[in-house]
Every structure is written in C-alpha cells, then in structure tokens.
Design a protein around this ligand. Structure first.
Ligand SMILES: *[C@@H]1O[C@H](CO)[C@@H](O)[C@H](O)[C@H]1NC(C)=O
Ligand SMILES: *[C@@H]1O[C@H](CO)[C@@H](O)[C@H](O)[C@H]1NC(C)=O
Ligand SMILES: *[C@@H]1O[C@H](CO)[C@@H](O)[C@H](O)[C@H]1NC(C)=O
Ligand SMILES: *[C@@H]1O[C@H](CO)[C@@H](O)[C@H](O)[C@H]1NC(C)=O
Ligand SMILES: *[C@@H]1O[C@H](CO)[C@@H](O)[C@H](O)[C@H]1NC(C)=O
Ligand SMILES: *[C@@H]1O[C@H](CO)[C@@H](O)[C@H](O)[C@H]1NC(C)=O
Ligand SMILES: *[C@@H]1O[C@H](CO)[C@@H](O)[C@H](O)[C@H]1NC(C)=O
Ligand SMILES: *[C@@H]1O[C@H](CO)[C@@H](O)[C@H](O)[C@H]1NC(C)=O
Length: 370
C-alpha cells in the first residue's frame, strides 16, 4: 500500500543520454524566464525550450538572481527571479488564444535570492480568483503550481499577492496549449495538478518537453512493493490517444513484486469535499506468449471505478479517466488481477487533478496592475 503525497520537487531533472530528439514544435508555448533582463532570450540546454524575458508582460517588480551555490544542476529558467517588494498585488498580463485549453505553470525557487535566508509565503491568483498559496520546504527546492484552464478572453492575468509573510517572487511562468477534448470536467471547472507520476520509471529524472509534446512534467515514482517492467520497443507516441502521454513514460510500468497481490495506492485529501479527476494510462510492455494474459479491474474504495476490464494492448496507450468528479475522505485505488489473468496488473502513468473554481470573471477594472 502506498501513500501518494503532493510533491514539491527540485529541478534536478536528469535527461540521461536521451537528447536524441529532433526539434519539436513549440508553437503556442509561452515560456517566460521571470527576472531575465529585458529583450534577452535563450534555448534551455536540457529541454531546448526557448525562454524569453518577462519584462514585456509586467510593469512592476525587480530582477534578482539566486545565490550561485544553488545554480548547479538546475534548469536555467530558475537562475533569475522577479521579486515584488512594492505593492500588495502584482500581475502578469499574457496574451493567449481565447477558448483554447491551456496548461499554466508557475515555478518558484527561492535560492536565497535576497540574501535573507528566510523562506517567504504568499498567494497566487489567476485574475480575480484565488489559485493557491505558495509555500517552500527548502531553499533550493522548487514549488510548482499548475492548472488546466480555458480562458474566455484573449489574455490572462497571473498575480502574486503579498499576504504579510514575505516578499512574493516568481522564477518562471509557462503556458502550453493542450488538445481540445482532453481533461474535460463535468462542471466546466478548471483543474489544479495534484500529482503526475511515472511509476516504474528506471530513470532518476522527470520527463517533460521534448519527450512530452505538451510539456507536462512526469515525476519518477517507485515503491518498495512494486517492481519495474520496461520495453525497448516504442510505445505508440500518442497519435491514436488524445492524451498523448510521452512514449518514454509509457515504456516503463510498475507491477506488484508479489504477482498475487493487487497494485494499490491511496491518498487522503485535506478537504473531504475536494473534487478529483483521475487519468490512468496503460500500455502492455511485455510481448505476451500465446498462453499469457494480463487483465485487471480498476477499483476505488472497494467498488469498480471502471466497468470494463483493462487488458493493455502491446505498445499502445489506453487512457482510463473519470468523466465526473470524485469525492471521498480517503481514496484507495486497487488494480486487481482477474482470475483468468496469468499476469499481475501494471500501471504506466497516472495523473490526478483537483477541481478549482475560477468562476469569478475578469472585469474591465482588473487591468492587471495593483
Ligand atoms: C533574442 O536575443 C538576441 C540577442 O541575444 C536578440 O538579437 C533577439 O532580438 C532576441 N529575440 C527576441 C525575439 O527577443
Ligand atoms: C497583446 O494583445 C494586445 C491586443 O491585441 C496587443 O496590443 C499587445 O501588443 C499584445 N501584447 C504582446 C506582448 O504581444
Ligand atoms: C473545443 O471543443 C468544444 C466542444 O468539445 C468546442 O465547443 C470548441 O469550439 C472547441 N475549440 C476549439 C478551439 O476547437
Ligand atoms: C539513479 O540514482 C542512483 C543513486 O543516486 C544511482 O546509483 C543510479 O545510477 C541512477 N540511475 C540513473 C539511471 O541515472
Ligand atoms: C508518431 O509517430 C508517427 C510515425 O510513427 C509520426 O508520423 C507522428 O508524427 C508521431 N507523432 C507525434 C506526436 O510525435
Ligand atoms: C503473496 O501474496 C499472497 C496473497 O496476498 C500471499 O498469500 C503470499 O503469502 C504472498 N507471497 C509472498 C512471498 O509474500
Ligand atoms: C486511508 O486508506 C488507507 C488504505 O486503505 C489506510 O491505510 C489509511 O489509514 C486511511 N486513512 C484515513 C485517514 O482514513
Ligand atoms: C477472463 O475473464 C473475464 C471475466 O471475468 C472475461 O471477460 C474475459 O473474456 C476472460 N478472458 C479470457 C482470455 O479468458
């Protein structure tokens, strides 16, 4: 049984030997390195993501640099920060294509940029709506906030709000268009990332762009009762699956070490009214013999979550997701082998989001300044 926690993670992204990648399309990406001097730009060495200065997207704040001792091994976009010693509320104004689904990600890495060695805490707003509170565990680990949202206007405002617990700052702000028809909520609400994991990963690093064409970040995840299955074959790159989880993530899967046991994981929400949406991605990674068969059910708190059975197809991604919100005091998932299955269940990738209410509309008065 495994407890899944909500992560804060360091950008210690290992990209192994894998920079085979042909230039991937970054069209529609907005990649702001906050605090980078005006008119500067670069292609980040590990991801090849093209970052530009945030100076054209905000009028306030000052550019600062994290302490040199923390820069090693980190992606370049966290080296500078924009800090907001003035004003209770400071907003970015970013042009977008209205009615397109976006992933919006804000990254914060303190790195003692102000020399005070004191971790601040502040709020993040999306236009007039409260998004989240930004807190830190360590001076050199990043806090990342991510939402999936469809803007109704041709711009969005991302705001940092001083709540009296230290000066707000931000390291990077990224927007990525997603495929229409994915991550749909029954209420039309937006989604905040709870976790996105790569169980069975054999690398120590997270995968993101260019492995993931939508630049979702997939964290490796292992557990003492699970083992890894991997293939050298190429899992369908998503051309047949709208969610398009990256082949490198789908190439590995977790399976219980004890093949008689179900694959179980759980989490306990802070708020039992919180609404969750779950996306499970499966692909068979073993070439099965004629006498082998892998099939299992997906259960939540002892009841079938999905009526069908899952029998993953070799090198082909199937995504099982919840079309409406789940609420519970405790979420215990169990992937349970069918009696006629000769092989234990597997899980290649999982995403969990929490519904977030962004129903307050932007008004003309909300002009993006303090
Ligand atoms: C990128 O930076 C170079 C100088 O390093 C500059 O000549 C160019 O105009 C910049 N491009 C953009 C789009 O800002
Ligand atoms: C955003 O859009 C507005 C109106 O279409 C335009 O005036 C402005 O120059 C754009 N800003 C940027 C940074 O592209
Ligand atoms: C996305 O799909 C919805 C219906 O699912 C449709 O109303 C909307 O126009 C589509 N948006 C784009 C940009 O294609
Ligand atoms: C992962 O990290 C461990 C310990 O830090 C190291 O022994 C191992 O070689 C690393 N594996 C890869 C694939 O980088
Ligand atoms: C997936 O692979 C096919 C060929 O195998 C290729 O034509 C297609 O562009 C790839 N799609 C993505 C999203 O990489
Ligand atoms: C494997 O799980 C089964 C069913 O729970 C149990 O009976 C058996 O003792 C376990 N085997 C080992 C080696 O732990
Ligand atoms: C949640 O469920 C797990 C396993 O089903 C259990 O171990 C844990 O104690 C439960 N937590 C709470 C707060 O009920
Ligand atoms: C295994 O059993 C399930 C029902 O429990 C059935 O739907 C499925 O067709 C069976 N598969 C095989 C290969 O016998």
């Amino acid at each position: 049984m495994e407890m899944l926690k909500h992560f804060h993670f360091a950008f210690s992204l290992v990209f192994a030997f894998l920079l085979l990648v042909h230039a991937q399309d970054q069209s529609g990406f907005v990649s702001l390195d906050c605090g980078l001097p005006k008119n500067s730009n670069y292609s980040e060495p590990t991801t090849k993501i093209y970052y530009i200065s945030d100076a054209d997207f905000i009028d306030s704040g000052v550019s600062k640099s994290i302490s040199d001792e923390y820069k090693a091994g980190l992606q370049q976009q966290v080296a500078y920060v924009r800090s907001f010693p003035q004003g209770a509320r400071n907003c970015y104004n970013i042009n977008v294509t209205s009615r397109t689904k976006y992933l919006v990600r804000a990254t914060f890495l303190y790195g003692n940029y102000d020399g005070l060695n004191k971790l601040p805490q502040f709020d993040l707003h999306f236009g007039p709506n409260y998004w989240d509170t930004v807190k830190f565990e360590k001076v050199d680990s990043s806090t990342i906030k991510e939402i999936i949202h469809v803007p109704l206007q041709d711009h969005v405002h991302v705001c940092l709000v001083n709540t009296g617990d230290g000066t707000p700052f931000i390291s990077a702000l990224e927007l990525r268009p997603l495929t229409n028809g994915t991550y749909v909520t029954s209420s039309g609400s937006s989604l905040a990332l709870f976790f996105r994991l790569d169980p069975g990963s054999v690398s120590n690093g997270s995968y993101r762009f260019p492995y993931d064409i939508h630049d979702r970040v997939w964290r490796p995840y292992t557990y003492s009762k699970w083992t890894q299955l991997t293939t050298t074959g190429t899992v369908d790159n998503g051309s047949n699956n709208k969610y398009q989880p990256p082949p490198e993530v789908m190439r590995t899967a977790a399976t219980p070490i004890n093949a008689s046991e179900p694959l179980v994981f759980y989490w306990t929400p802070d708020d039992s009214k919180a609404e969750f949406y779950v996306y499970l991605h499966f692909a068979e990674v073993q070439k099965l013999e004629a006498n082998e068969y892998r099939a299992f059910t997906v259960n939540l708190n002892g009841a079938r979550l999905y009526d069908g059975i899952v029998s993953p197809t070799y090198l082909y991604t199937n995504t099982i997701y919840t079309p409406s919100a789940l609420t519970a005091e405790n979420f215990t998932f169990s992937l349970t082998r069918l009696e006629n299955s000769t092989l234990p269940p597997i899980l290649n990738a999982i995403e969990v989001y929490k519904a977030i209410d962004f129903s307050q509309l932007e008004t003309e008065q909300d002009d993006g300044t303090t």
